[in-house]
Ligand binder design. Structure first.
Ligand code: DGT
Ligand code: MG
Length: 445
């Protein structure tokens, strides 16, 4: 199925997406697998609509072109929309308090379905309401336990690290959700990272902008960068060094580092079906929120900006011999970092509860993902990180069910031949799967 970004059935697909997201919320709340399956079915039906080369006029156009993909429920909704121009079920969902709250709250970086529902159950109606309540809660202070009523305590997620991520997501919500990352900004950041790697570790690195931008989107919710090196193994440590350098340059608001957890069993028959559902992989990666200045959309300033970043590092004795950061510097800086101590400080940094006007602050908070990939796994990582999510899920299911192969962002394992199938390009992966190549611009399922 080829799904371009711009297609002929936007309003029908949007209606099905509403039902898919609603089922996803229900799955998050109840953990009932039937909602997971429903969400998938509505997303698949929406993808069929996106793949049509003309506007849908009758339901048979759809059932003829994608017979296996359209379920009865989706057919009922589409038929109603075609006949009357509206769907009572879709209207009821979009008008419901639960759907609106869950949609708004799960858009916050660091807030999952379970926490969003917990907040909703406590009467939290909006992101600004959550921010306000958390600020009040924090103002109570550690020593005034008795003042914390149970409702406010319930607002807090479990675990310390998640807590800082959530605080970042709430404090900088206006930047992260209402001001999408533009292609020019993402390209600037890619060039900055490429130049920093050259300075820190010498030549041989490739930095690729992946995710929605590589599928032709002009804006995105984040900037996803895959980093690899011509020599297998030389990519190791690149992401943690970059995180340290960005931190030393004062660009990081919050960042978490995940070490490489790849083992050969990932590329073997020994895998769980659960892994097929998950997009998680085992690469070294850094998930951060950085400040990007308003002028940082012009790649011609990258050389100068890298010089100024390196000057800050050089003050601490970086040798620039292609070895990355010197050991002393590496020890002094952590790739896990948070620029604020309290939620109130984070909100102040953002310019107040509503977030300062962009112009007066001069920078925006931006979500960035840096992923270090060994050259031998690069084609598979590129396929996985290009997405989109539904495309990945269906390609992996196709590999498993139709080809008896296990596809992940690390490789492809043929379960019958008991062998992994190396690939140096995405085209080769499609060949292994016996499929025609689908360019990224048609992976917007
Ligand atoms: P955006 O940023 O709103 O334009 O949307 P995307 O499509 O760039 O989505 P994003 O940034 O969440 O993720 C990029 C793609 O990478 C997405 O299709 C799924 C995949 N992906 C996301 N997180 C992970 C992960 O942890 N591991 C793997 N293998 N893939 C991931
Ligand atoms: Mg993205």
């Amino acid at each position: 199925m080829r799904c371009p970004l711009e297609h002929h059935n936007a309003s029908l697909a949007q209606a099905l997406s509403v039902l898919a997201r609603n089922s996803e919320h229900q799955y998050g709340i109840t953990k009932d697998q039937q909602y997971y399956a429903k969400a998938l079915a509505f997303d698949r039906a929406a993808a069929c609509l996106k793949s049509l080369q003309q506007p849908l006029l009758s339901i048979s156009q759809l059932t003829d072109s994608c017979p296996r993909y359209i379920g009865d429920h989706a057919i009922r909704i589409i038929t109603e929309l075609l006949n009357t121009g509206a769907s009572a079920e879709v209207d009821a969902v979009t008008g419901s308090d639960l759907y609106q709250c869950m949609t708004n709250l799960t858009a916050v970086y660091g807030v999952g379905q379970a926490l969003a529902y917990k907040w909703y159950s406590c009467g939290v109606k909006s992101v600004s309401d959550a921010t306000h309540r958390l600020l009040r809660h924090h103002e109570c202070g550690e020593g005034q336990q008795q003042k914390r009523d149970s409702e406010l305590v319930a607002l807090l997620p479990m675990g310390g690290g998640d807590h800082k991520r959530l605080q970042t997501g709430l404090a900088f919500h206006n930047d992260l959700v209402n001001k999408p990352v533009a292609l020019a900004e993402a390209s600037y950041f890619r060039d900055l990272i490429a130049k920093l790697l050259l300075e820190l570790r010498g030549p041989g690195f490739t930095v690729t902008l992946v995710g929605g931008f590589s599928r032709g989107k002009s804006t995105g919710h984040d900037c996803d960068l895959l980093i690899t090196h011509d020599v297998e193994g030389r990519e190791a440590g690149a992401v943690s060094d970059l995180a340290r350098v960005l931190t030393a340059a004062g660009m990081v608001i919050h960042g978490t580092f995940e070490a490489n957890s790849f083992s050969p069993s990932v590329l073997s028959r020994d895998f769980r079906v659960k892994e097929l559902r998950s997009t998680l992989d085992h690469f070294e990666k850094w998930l951060g929120v950085i400040r990007l200045s308003s002028k940082d959309t012009d790649s011609s300033t990258v050389d100068r900006d890298v010089e100024s970043i390196m000057a800050k590092i050089d003050g601490n004795g970086c040798d620039r011999q292609g070895e990355g950061l010197p050991a002393a510097k590496r020890r002094a800086l952590s790739p896990n970092y948070c620029a604020f101590d309290s939620f109130a400080e984070a909100v102040a940094m953002a310019g107040g509860e509503a977030g300062a006007a962009y112009a007066s602050r001069g920078w925006l908070a931006r979500r960035v993902d840096l992923i270090a990939v060994p050259r031998s796994q690069y084609a598979y990582a590129l396929l996985g990180w290009t997405g989109n999510r539904l495309f990945n899920r269906d390609l992996r299911l196709f590999a498993q069910r139709q080809r008896r192969m296990k596809l992940t962002s690390h490789g492809l394992f043929d379960l019958q031949k008991e062998a992994s199938l190396p690939a140096s390009s995405e085209e080769e992966i499609f060949q292994h799967l016996g499929l025609d190549y689908i360019p990224p611009k048609f992976r917007n399922c």
